[in-house]
Design a protein around this ligand. Structure first.
Ligand code: LMR
Length: 395
């Protein structure tokens, strides 16, 4: 059966986790996988999560099945968190999924039932798993211009032009906030303009929002997805709780669909649930129940929001300090963009050779396209990293 198989290509981000773990140097720095680290280099369990977990263990009375949509209270709370009151709830349906990746796959399967083999337009560059994930569901992929590697910002005019040429047979995948890998994001005015262009083109939009709260705040980060939801007749959203609740290994995500009207939302949802049944039947409950408890408890929610604010501020401080450290070393404003970007990542624009040199000579690990996880750099490591970056940039 398996004799003709050749080794699968490795996902670059996942491969880096193992490579970093195997490096025996004490001073190594992990700027690879998108996992938050606090000032001491730990990835803590949020205190609101710990308390919700304790409550759950105390209160849970059964382990019976929950159903294909998973935890209904979680789904309702996530729809509120992400979409607010931008769209009538009668047109929205949501299914809990195993992580943001699971939510994307459910939606991709649904789209391939609705429009078999349709093309999903994906930003250039994007999170590397977007392409295999969409193609595994049977969809085709193509890219649209997104990042200006010289100016380190969004090629907004080029992006708009590409979107204006898409049709109602196409799917446009947008990062809701905190673009992965670039860190360059749309302004609210740009979201407004893009929404008009999308509406004119009639292209179907799927928003991937995996870093809500990591940019400028929970409400600010939701501006784009809410604007789209308020305007478009139909769309889909894949949300993740891996980062903003720090629940990575619990696999907590939510697939949302907005239908043109209530009956259409119901039919579409039945197809989404059918995709869940065929893939894994029902999602794991534990992490979703923790999120449900937090979002429905006034005190725990306030505690979580305060912790999330600390996480965000920590990343902004690292951004500012690193830009300043590079300004001193390069006598230029070449790295100022790091302070302007938002979210967990910035694409810092060094060559693949320099990325390798950073790894080999300095024990600094980042993804090969020079995506750095800002949160991987504790405040105390900024000078060490800035020296290393300045050295490879000079050579
Ligand atoms: C990342 O981009 O590093 C994270 O989303 C982790 C992953 O699954 O790739």
């Amino acid at each position: 059966m398996f004799e003709k198989l050749s080794p699968a290509p490795q996902d670059k981000i996942i491969a880096l986790i193992a490579e970093f773990a195997a490096d025996e140097r004490d001073n190594k720095i992990d700027l690879g996988v998108g996992v938050y680290k606090d000032a001491t280099g730990n990835t803590p369990i949020m205190t609101a999560v710990q308390k919700a977990e304790a409550k759950r263990v105390k209160d849970q009375t059964t382990k019976t099945y929950v159903g294909m949509a998973g935890n209904v209270g979680f789904n309702d709370a996530m729809v509120d968190l992400v979409l607010g009151d931008s769209v009538g709830k009668n047109r929205v349906r949501a299914a809990q999924a195993p992580g943001g990746t699971g939510a994307l796959r459910l939606i991709a399967d649904l789209l391939n039932v609705a429009k078999p083999g349709a093309t999903v337009y994906i930003s250039d560059p994007t999170w590397p798993n977007h392409i295999p994930l969409m193609e595994a569901a049977g969809l085709k992929t193509a890219s649209y211009p997104y990042f200006d590697a010289e100016k380190r910002n969004v090629r907004f005019d080029d992006m708009c032009e590409a979107v204006s040429k898409m049709t109602s047979d196409d799917i446009l995948l947008l990062h809701g906030c905190c673009h992965n890998p670039t860190g360059a994001n749309l302004t609210n005015e740009q979201w407004d303009k893009l929404t008009d262009i999308i509406e004119d083109a009639g292209v179907f939009v799927l928003v991937d929002i995996a870093y809500l709260g990591f940019g400028d705040g929970l409400t600010d980060d939701a501006y784009g997805v809410r604007k789209l939801a308020a305007t478009l007749p139909e769309m889909a959203v894949a949300a993740s709780c891996s980062k903003n609740f720090g629940l990575y290994r619990e696999r907590v995500g939510c697939a949302m669909i907005i239908g043109i009207d209530e009956p259409s939302a119901n039919v579409t949802f039945s197809q989404l649930l059918s995709a869940a049944r065929a893939n894994y039947s029902m999602p794991p409950d534990h992490g979703a129940e923790i999120v449900r408890i937090i979002l429905n408890d006034k005190d725990l929610r306030a505690e979580w929001e305060a912790e999330l604010t600390d996480v965000r501020n920590h990343m902004v401080t690292i951004r500012k300090n690193l830009a300043e450290a590079m300004r001193k070393r390069s006598n230029s404003a070449d790295y100022d963009f790091i302070a302007e970007h938002r979210g967990m990542f910035s694409l810092i624009g060094i060559s693949q050779d320099d990325v390798e040199k950073l790894k080999k000579d300095h024990g600094v690990y980042m993804v090969g396209n020079s995506r750095m996880n800002i949160a991987g750099l504790g405040v105390d490591k900024i000078d060490i990293f800035a020296d290393a970056l300045a050295e490879v940039s000079r050579s």
